[in-house]
Design a protein around this ligand. Sequence first.
Ligand code: PMP
Length: 365
Amino acid sequence: MQPRDLSAHEAYVPGRGAEEVARDLGMDPEELTKLSSNENPHGPSPAAVEAVETAAPDVNVYPKASHSDLTDRIAEKWGVDPAQVWLSAGADGSIDYLSRAFLEPNDDILVPAPGFSYYSMSARYHHGDASTYRIAKEGDFEQSAESILSVYEGERIVYATTPHNPTGSVLSREDVRTLAERVDEQTLVVVDEAYAEYAAESTSIELLDEYDNLAVLRTFSKAYGLAGLRIGYAVVPSEWADAYARVNTPFAANELACRAALAAIDDEEHLERSVETARWARQYYRDELDVPTWASGGNFVLCEVGDATAVADAAQRRGVIVRDTSSFGLPECVRVSCGTREETQRAVAVLNEVVADVRPEATEP
Ligand code: PMP
């Protein structure tokens, strides 16, 4: 007995966790600064923690009211109809729902390279496949509708990530508009705004009443600090919003996650603090790191360090976990998440030391 042929499927490579690294190195997890998964260094909103504690005794009941309360609140926030909000277990869950709703066997999707690996993983789970468009280092990872359209061949879904993981580059809303207008009628453009709170651009959700071939992904994992609860959503045009009922996994957005998200969405102070810290930290990285870095709209910065694996290993031994971007196809770079001021300063000190040791000829940015 074997599963179906999974040879084309790649396993997701997550950033390394503090406990895992501490175990490997015989260190105390407390000594480690984890800046490998773009998590919120301020933790969740205290209001979300309280909501989880309050809801905990009721988790014997399926999440129904909390799901619709959160859907309504998100719809109100964006000025859309509640039916247009597809709640899911993380934005990852919404990627699956869109794959289920759109892909027939052998359909292709078009995704950025380098880029977030789950788009193509999800397409393959759903018996489709993925082609890539380049976000080129030679062009400082700048994104444009033109470069996507130059390789577009009528794929069923086109993904755009803004701000883009792992480079931090942004795609303008005018470019999103161009994409929506120029792709074929049967192509869905998905704008992944997982990191949008940290950027200056306004959301493409505002375009949904103009285009019926656009969907926008959002998450509570990053700026709202709820990665461990797995809660995110897609906002889709009203024309086909009812497909949700046919593709969602029942109750995948769990009770604690829905209650926490409801509390977090109204904690503006926590959100502002999270965004402000990330904006400070990404500038600090750009100013203080002794290696080339790229402007980022997210809560992370991509750094060219030479041998990423050697640098990430050495940094880890000195207590700072960063993301080696080899699995993204950038073996010469690491991605470092924005920490608190103290964590960010520690990361800069350690990375500068390590880069000087590992690659004495390190160039100035
Ligand atoms: N999109 C991008 C670009 C991401 O980097 C991530 C998380 N790493 C996600 C989507 C998914 O986030 P989540 O499932 O935690 O909401």
